[in-house]
Design a protein around this ligand. Structure first.
Ligand code: DAH
Length: 330
């Protein structure tokens, strides 16, 4: 019996020392198996119990349980220590460098057409105009008839478009919104109208079947051609620069009389930038405005055309191809 008790004590001392010396969770697990496992040291010592006189067995049994408890407790404590130490080491190794540059997503920006549209709208909003919009699918009435295009007038040929089976069409210009807005509002009118328009044109470097326009309309008693001129010169200079030369050239549109085109001089060349004129009395009559009482001026411009002049872009199709090599330049 004394042998067995001593063996248990030695086992405990040895086990405690080994546990205290272990520095990894794997080593501790191995020690648990070695000492407390089914085929471990403790089991082996206890195998000798069978030879003890029955009276001594409870004492040795109790001693063995104590040894087992102490070893288990020591194991648990050491596991906790090793885990804490491993965590410390990991935290020390994985320090966060807050000065490190982030991954970063390249910031996007507005499409060049959108940018040009916003700049133009901003200028007119600054002059007291309100932004208005209208539908892209239109009737002949809003696209042509109410704008004083007579049924067989050749001006219609210049704006051939796409027709729906029901006879409606894709609008060829934003001038449609002049009619829609005036039908719904009384003067004074000051609107700036951005939108998509469509033409049955062969696509090439300067033509697209879909493009964007901005329409300007002002109506109130006593508006004169000088008001039109002052407004458009102010606009062109706000967009292209204060000393850019601007000229007005007589032109023809069915819905304005007189009509003009505005050119600006840009890098030595005269370039047409917009059409304009005094609203034709027939257009005012079509919406129920009295042409004796009110007068107005209107203008229309192509956003692609202005963006092409402004950025010196050689082909209108570049706007629509989503090529980032092109788009990121603006
Ligand atoms: N609607 C014309 C076009 O698309 C542009 C235009 C010219 C609009 C003169 C106007 C204007 O309001 O007065 O070709």
């Amino acid at each position: 019996m004394a042998d067995l008790a001593q063996a248990l004590q030695e086992l405990e001392a040895q086990g405690l020392a080994a546990i205290a010396a272990a520095t990894s969770l794997a080593a501790l697990e191995q020690l648990r198996v070695d000492y407390l496992g089914k085929k471990g040291e403790l089991s082996q010592v206890l195998r000798g119990m069978g030879q003890l006189p029955p009276a001594e067995r409870p004492h040795i049994g109790a001693l063995a349980n104590q040894v087992k408890d102490r070893l288990q407790e020591a194991l648990a404590q050491r596991i906790a220590q090793v885990q804490a130490a491993e965590l410390e080491a990991r935290i020390a190794a994985e320090t966060l460098d807050v000065t490190m540059p982030g991954l970063g997503y390249p910031p996007g920006h507005a499409h060049p057409l959108q940018q040009m549209m916003q700049r133009i709208l901003d200028i007119f909003v600054g002059l007291g105009y309100q932004v208005a919009q209208g539908p892209e699918i239109e009737t002949d009435y809003y696209n042509f008839a109410a704008l004083n295009f007579l049924p067989d007038h050749p001006a219609r040929d210049m704006q051939d478009t796409y027709y729906l089976p029901d006879g409606r069409l894709l609008r060829t210009h934003t001038s449609t919104v002049q009619i829609r807005y005036m039908e719904a509002h009384q003067p004074p009118v000051r609107i700036v109208v951005p939108g998509r328009v469509y033409r049955r044109d062969a696509v090439d470097a300067t033509h697209s079947a879909m493009f964007h326009q901005i329409e300007i309309l002002a109506v109130e008693p006593g508006l004169k051609f000088t008001d039109l001129k002052g407004t458009l010169v102010t606009f062109v200079r706000a967009l292209f620069g204060e000393d850019v030369p601007v000229r007005f050239r007589a032109s023809y549109f069915p819905f304005t009389e007189p009509s003009a085109e505005v050119d600006l001089q840009w890098r030595g060349r005269w370039l047409e930038v917009l059409g304009c004129g005094m609203v034709h009395p027939n257009v005012l009559k079509a919406v129920g405005y009295d042409p004796e009482k009110y007068s107005g001026f209107a203008a229309g411009l192509g956003i692609e055309r202005l963006a092409m002049i402004f950025h010196e872009i050689d082909d209108i199709r570049r706007f629509y191809t989503s090529d980032l090599r092109f788009l990121t330049q603006f």
